[in-house]
Design a protein around this ligand. Structure first.
Ligand code: UDP
Length: 390
């Protein structure tokens, strides 16, 4: 690669945060170079058609949702949407359960019909009195009590994080809604939809609409820094890596995905379980909270994408330890990990010509809409500092 090229903004990482900030800065007239060491764009939201012809999310399911009309409108410039009411189930004690916990789950638990009033009274009697829940165990115990906590949360969380729920921030399990009505939806946000033709297609359109953005795949950040002089660097990778792990590595949790595809013929025998032809399981996602089962969930994304195809693909997710050779999927939401991050955050704050945005660079368990919002906000800040170049 030739050296000594120049750009206005050099952006490391072609995921949500890197591509959105590039689009915003390019719209203000600035030249942006985006690099990613992987050979595809989209970061972990990267999706595509697999060998069986099924549209799959290559790094685990990405369920877009948002309460921000502004963020949805922004992304709508690059995609149409396929509205989905995301629904999932849990599988334990040899059967499928409605999940997140709601009145239907309570009826399944009792083995008979019940009312919201009865469920509320049951919760009042069974929940643990914890006025200010400080961790993920307390946040669930304080809402539903020990029995439902053990059934649905304890084993799943221990597998997913290799930590006990009481060691994790309240926000981790607190993400999951608990309802006394029959609302079965996984998520609570007002807008729930997937990009109609996938995330990859959405990002390709974003790039096509941004002639000021150059994308270079298979280029790592050290190479990029040597290659392009720039006025400002935007880093969306892991912050400890940016600083050569000088205070030690930050902890991450990783995942291994095991995909299995089925033909229409093979799926026929699953119809009594999935409830409809052409599907392997009864919902887009089934969680397996039992600690003895080595995976946490099975995702059959065709339920959500609405793709019209006879075949289907399921993906089992096995949590695993992070090593420098694997993708760091999740920052670890514990007080200790956050304290370790603060050492790096202090360095980042002192930088004058580098911005840190996104899940890995800010070491936060963000959703895609939040990352989009963060990238737009940082672009606005940079435009007010450097002006426009129109
Ligand atoms: N969780 C659980 N049981 C479940 C689903 C979730 O204990 O059936 C806990 C688990 O700790 C998980 C957290 O709630 O990490 C957040 O779940 P979510 O489904 O939002 O996780 P993500 O899709 O972000 O991995």
């Amino acid at each position: 690669m030739k050296s000594n090229s120049s750009t206005d903004f050099l952006i490391i990482g072609a995921g949500f945060s890197g591509l959105v900030i590039a689009e915003r800065l390019a719209a203000a007239g600035w030249k942006c170079v985006v690099v990613d060491r992987r050979n595809h764009l989209g970061g972990n939201a990267y999706d595509g058609i697999n060998a069986a012809g099924v549209l799959v999310h290559h790094y685990g399911p990405h369920y877009f949702r948002s309460n921000s009309q502004r963020i949805v409108e922004y992304l709508s410039a690059f995609t149409e949407w396929h509205q989905v009411s995301y629904t999932i189930k849990s599988y334990t004690r040899g059967r499928y359960w409605s999940f997140p916990i709601n009145l239907n789950t309570f009826e399944e638990f009792l083995g008979r019909e019940a009312t919201s009033e009865e469920f509320s009274a049951w919760l009042d009697k069974n929940r643990t009195d914890i006025p200010d829940p400080k961790n993920s165990e307390e946040v669930i115990l304080s809402q539903v009590g020990k029995e439902l906590y053990e059934l649905f949360f304890e084993g799943y969380t221990r597998k997913q994080w290799k930590l006990h729920p009481r060691e994790l921030d309240a926000s981790v399990c607190g993400r999951i809604p608990i309802r006394t009505n029959r609302d079965n939806r996984y998520l609570a946000e007002s807008f729930q939809a997937l990009p109609k033709h996938g995330y990859t297609a959405m990002f390709e359109k974003l790039l096509n609409a941004s002639p000021g953005v150059e994308l270079h795949l298979g280029v790592d950040f050290h190479e990029a820094r040597a290659q392009w002089t720039h006025k400002h660097l935007i880093f969306t990778g892991a912050i400890d890596e940016f600083y050569d792990r000088r205070f030690g590595p930050l902890p991450y949790r990783s995942l291994r995905f095991e995909a299995e595809s089925f033909t229409a013929e093979q799926l026929r025998s699953r119809a009594p379980i999935s409830g409809k032809p052409g599907f392997w399981q009864p919902a887009m996602q089934v969680n397996y909270p039992d600690f003895e089962v080595p995976f946490t969930r099975i995702v059959e994304i065709k339920h959500a994408t609405g793709q019209q195809i006879d075949a289907s693909t399921i993906v089992r997710e096995f949590p695993k330890d992070w090593t420098p050779e694997t993708e760091p999927f999740y920052p670890i939401p514990t007080p200790e990990a956050r304290a370790a991050y603060q050492n790096y955050a202090a360095l980042a704050t002192a930088e004058t010509a580098t911005s840190f945005i996104g899940r890995l660079a800010t070491y936060r368990y963000f959703n895609m809409d939040q990352v989009t919002g963060m990238a737009i906000a940082e672009a606005d800040k940079l435009i007010s500092r450097y002006g426009t170049n129109l």
